[in-house]
Write a protein that binds this ligand. Structure first.
Ligand SMILES: Cc1ncc(COP(=O)(O)O)c(C=O)c1O
Length: 423
């Protein structure tokens, strides 16, 4: 029988030839670590709805939704129409525009802790900007974050993501274990006068959908304020959990909130929002922080973002969550029938699947890497696309019938994995 990997390579010869070409001009032929996997990633040709097509013409049910940025799937008609209406009138203007104001109004109207919004172009940038605001406000330099938390591609935050705090490149980052309020309180009591900001995600996303109760957040917020530091909630992923952000579900009030992904409707976006006194540090008239960006709040992103975020409703949040629960059941059944170890974490419309009997504390320390790699490749062989770490993301356009079909494909993928797993 052909192996999972050889089947993948037989199905994707054109993607294979793209690798050597891409490697000549980009490190590992990639632009993005999260999308990379061996033997080589697909090269995508097009996408529509929940279908992704590679350059070999294979179709995949897209359960990645570009790592959560596609709330309504690919080429969602109302977004395509909104963008089409804009691009003929120019895509980058040197001054304020109407849709930028409208998107800011939508965000400030929905997220209770946000008075003012500043746009940028990615979630990573949003966190860098929030840090800049906090440092300027406090005159301090250090950051406290959860170990294995993810706040984007910036060396200050990578220290925590990789659990490398204290190394010489990252003198400004302190970490404490996710969910451990005592530990955060202790760090803030001991080093509070050096800490500008405490960053937490609404739940750990990249590290495997690890949630924490309101009490944890509230204790960290209180300790942050006792230390005179700024509390930043990273809602780059978690905003989709409530029309007002996951902070509404948690019942907490961050000083600053960082956003991205769904507020750009599939276009590059980031934003910081928060209390007026902090956000006013970005007021060019006062001159405290010079923050600019050629594409900040550009009319294409903001027109798409108004539709994307505007079409997030309590109803479709609930529908996506129930479809995700249904898919989790199919996954558990498929894995059990094939005899493959299975664990899963689910929050609303998001799942993280493991090929181990227990989900690890964080994705960065996994013992199921070999089996997960097989499941990921086998999934693609059966027309399923999801992130290699087992991250699965639903969109508002998915149907029960599609989820049931995905369940059957997963069952077939699990059977292939079982045939190759040792023992
Ligand atoms: C919680 C969180 N913060 C920040 C980021 C970075 O956003 P971007 O990839 O748009 O820079 C991500 C990306 O996945 C994220 O999950």
């Amino acid at each position: 029988m052909a192996s999972i990997e050889s089947t993948y390579m037989e199905r994707t010869p054109k993607s294979a030839t793209m690798g050597p070409r891409a490697q000549k001009v980009m490190p590992a032929g990639e632009t993005r670590a999260a999308g990379y996997h061996t033997p080589y990633p697909l090269t995508v040709a097009s996408a529509k709805g929940s279908t992704l097509v590679d350059i070999d013409g294979n179709e995949y049910f897209d359960l990645s939704n570009n790592f959560t940025s596609l709330l309504h799937g690919h080429a969602y008609r109302p977004i395509v129409d909104a963008v089409a209406a804009v691009i003929g009138a120019g895509t980058a203007w040197p001054a304020r525009n109407n849709s930028q104001i409208e998107l800011a109004e939508l965000i400030a109207g929905r997220v209770p802790s946000i008075d003012l919004v500043r746009f940028c172009n990615s979630g990573s940038e949003a966190n860098m900007l929030a840090l800049h605001v906090a440092r300027t406000n406090t005159g301090r330099h250090k950051v406290l974050m959860a170990r294995f938390g993810y706040h984007g591609s910036h060396e200050v935050f990578e220290a925590g993501f990789f659990g490398n705090e204290g190394e010489k490149h990252w003198p400004h980052t302190i970490t404490a274990p996710w969910g451990d309020a005592d530990a955060f309180e202790q760090v803030l009591a001991a080093h509070g006068d050096e800490i500008a900001a405490v960053f937490l995600e609404g739940f750990m996303g990249s590290s495997g959908l690890v949630s924490a109760p309101t009490e944890f957040f509230q204790r960290v917020i209180d300790a942050t304020h006792r230390a005179g530091a700024v509390f930043v909630l990273d809602e780059v992923i978690s905003l989709r959990m409530n029309t007002g952000g996951h902070q509404v579900n948690l019942g907490i009030t961050p000083d600053l909130t960082t956003m991205g992904k769904i507020i750009g409707g599939g276009y590059p976006v980031g934003a910081v929002g928060g209390r007026a006194d902090l956000m006013s540090l970005l007021d060019p008239g006062r001159g405290k922080i010079f923050h600019s960006g050629t594409f900040n709040g550009n009319p294409v992103t903001t027109a798409a973002g108004i539709v994307s975020y505007g079409h997030l409703t309590s109803d479709n949040i609930a529908v996506m969550a129930s479809l995700a629960e249904r898919l989790e059941g199919h996954l558990a059944d498929g894995a059990a029938a094939a005899g493959v170890p299975f664990a899963c974490r689910r929050i609303g419309s998001l799942l993280n699947v493991y090929a181990s009997p227990v989900a690890p504390a964080a994705n960065i320390v996994r013992e199921d890497a070999d089996a997960m790699r097989l499941l990921h490749l086998a999934g693609m062989n059966h027309g399923l696309y999801f992130a290699s770490r087992g991250f699965i993301v639903l969109n508002t356009q998915m149907t029960e019938a599609q989820i049931d079909e995905a369940g059957e494909r997963f069952a077939a993928a699990y059977r292939d994995v079982a045939a190759e797993l040792p023992g």
